[in-house]
Design a protein around this ligand. Sequence first.
Ligand SMILES: Nc1ncnc2c1ncn2[C@@H]1O[C@H](COP(=O)(O)OP(=O)(O)O)[C@@H](O)[C@H]1O
Ligand SMILES: [Mg+2]
Length: 319
Amino acid sequence: PFEGNYSSWLEQKQTRLAHEEKTESARQRTLTRELEWVRMNASSRLTKNKARLARYDALLAEERNVKLDNVEIHIPAGPRLGDVVVEADNVSKAYGDRLLFENLTFKLPPAGIVGVIGGNGAGKTTLLRMITGEEQPDSGELTVGETVELSYVDQSRDSLDGSKNVWEEISGGVDQLKVGDRTMNSRAYVSSFNFKGSDQQKTVGKLSGGERNRLQMAKLLQTAGNLLLLDEPSNDLDVDTLRALEDALLSFPGCAMIVSHDRWFLDRVATHVLAFEGDSKVNWFEGNFEAYEGWRHEQLGDEADRPHRMTYKRLVSRS
Ligand SMILES: Nc1ncnc2c1ncn2[C@@H]1O[C@H](COP(=O)(O)OP(=O)(O)O)[C@@H](O)[C@H]1O
Ligand SMILES: [Mg+2]
């Protein structure tokens, strides 16, 4: 009867509005934190980013108490990381006679978030593939700790089923979804990646590049790894999703290595910068991008501002 339909329509409308309100206030909270950060000076910003390195245990404990309604995106915690996350000791890698990098040495501590920067063809993706084990160093040693559980979105993003709709692809068709060690409503989870209402019914094969990327992110983040590897997520993520993801990273009790050109991410979220500078040289720097730029200027003077094309060292006689 009309009355019954009308009341169920009203109920649905109420649920939808309540959801929109929650999303709106989560967005407000994100904005407030962004504003606070913008108003800080450079050194307080740096201190704030670095502070998370000393707070790994606190981040883990706090993750339990996050109210999923209060955030736009939530990255579930993976298992606790031990002291060894990723350690590179004098690593070098060449393809043919092109030396991508040499003497690469760094130690990523628990809770570290690395902004990986550098020109096209510098070797950034190759380094990530070394961490996943798809590539091997030519010399030196790359150690990935025993406690590390990887979550990796690669640049090709081809592992989606084009015939499913968005909700099916993410949820596997179930109403309650296991996200890390929590259970949540699968529609709510999917909509927290900005697939609202009818967007969840869209066919995966017809999504735009940005939508596919968001879908990948939603699938990836369910797996609850403790080391996220993201290869240029900023290229086709819309700005709201990107900011929500960054906000989620700030409270994520784990590590991330993210290839990015997004200045805001590199400044606000990164605790370390790994910079592929050309000529097979890679710098590891503790601090955000703002601090890295300052350091680079001290080292190089005006040369620091000169844009230059990617160049490789030639490997001499590898006979
Ligand atoms: N499997 C491979 N065999 C030969 N050359 C490769 C291979 N993978 C990448 N390269 C080359 O190595 C260089 C670095 O590639 P990549 O790591 O993808 O750079 P980036 O991600 O920084 O753009 C590029 O010149 C690329 O063409
Ligand atoms: Mg790449």
